[in-house]
Design a protein around this ligand. Structure first.
Ligand code: SIN
Ligand code: FE2
Length: 218
């Protein structure tokens, strides 16, 4: 029997990749050994470019707290969704992407069948219990030939993975600490989101889930 508290510390029982589509999969535990280093990197990024709640073009405050690193950072306000070279909060360039981040993303992309992925942008998402991310497509990047590589750290979450159309059937997949989801090619514009995060405590992140979404934006 697994207790609910036990589940919060769990990593997935099987390391076998989960196929989400012809060019989309979950690499179970792919980043687990590098998690402490990734989280230290996130702390350094947030010290220079603070987590903030962006406002959608429609005027809604996003529940997920976000920051970025890399040459381009994703942002949103009344003028729309877009990538910027400077953090609008400080006017300074986004923090550089740590080499270890880029290496992990390239290795995960390769393991999922995408050779030569070199990210230039990482969106760092922070969820606390109750926070969700509505179904959306990642489509602000210049060249959609590059995949998305998405790393889960800390508390588990339920990932929704739908189709190209918003109304398509949506699969629900539990994502655990260290899991990496990769989608690209024919699956690049699949809708995806995160259901409200359950309460919990993770030994490395406390009451939070951190997601790193690697993109080639420019
Ligand atoms: C995103 O779509 O930007 C984040 C997905 C996640 O948190 O796993
Ligand atoms: Fe996304």
């Amino acid at each position: 029997m697994t207790s609910p508290a036990g589940d919060l510390f769990a990593v997935a029982e099987s390391r076998a990749p989960i196929v989400l589509g012809a060019q989309a999969c979950v690499l179970r535990g792919f980043a687990v050994d590098r998690a402490p280093q990734l989280l230290a990197g996130v702390e350094a990024i947030a010290a220079a470019a603070a987590f903030r709640h962006l406002v959608t073009p429609g005027g809604r405050r996003m529940a997920v707290a976000m920051t970025c690193c890399g040459t381009l950072g994703w942002t949103s306000d009344a003028r729309g969704y877009r990538y910027e070279r400077a953090d609008p909060l400080t006017g300074h360039a986004w923090p550089a992407m740590p080499g270890s981040f880029a290496t992990l993303a390239s290795e995960a992309a390769q393991a999922a069948g995408f050779d030569g992925f070199v990210p230039d942008s990482v969106l760092v998402n922070r969820y606390v219990p109750g926070t969700k991310l509505s179904l959306h497509q990642d489509r602000d990047e210049c060249d959609l030939a590059h995949p998305i590589v998405s790393v889960s750290l800390g508390l588990p979450a339920t990932f929704q993975f739908g189709g190209d159309a918003r109304g398509d059937r949506v699969a629900r997949i539990a994502l655990f600490h260290g899991d990496v989801v990769v989608w690209g090619g024919v699956d690049r514009l699949r809708h995806h989101g995160i259901l409200p995060l359950a309460d919990g405590h993770h030994e490395l992140t406390g009451a939070a889930r951190i997601n790193l979404t690697f993109r080639r934006a420019g």
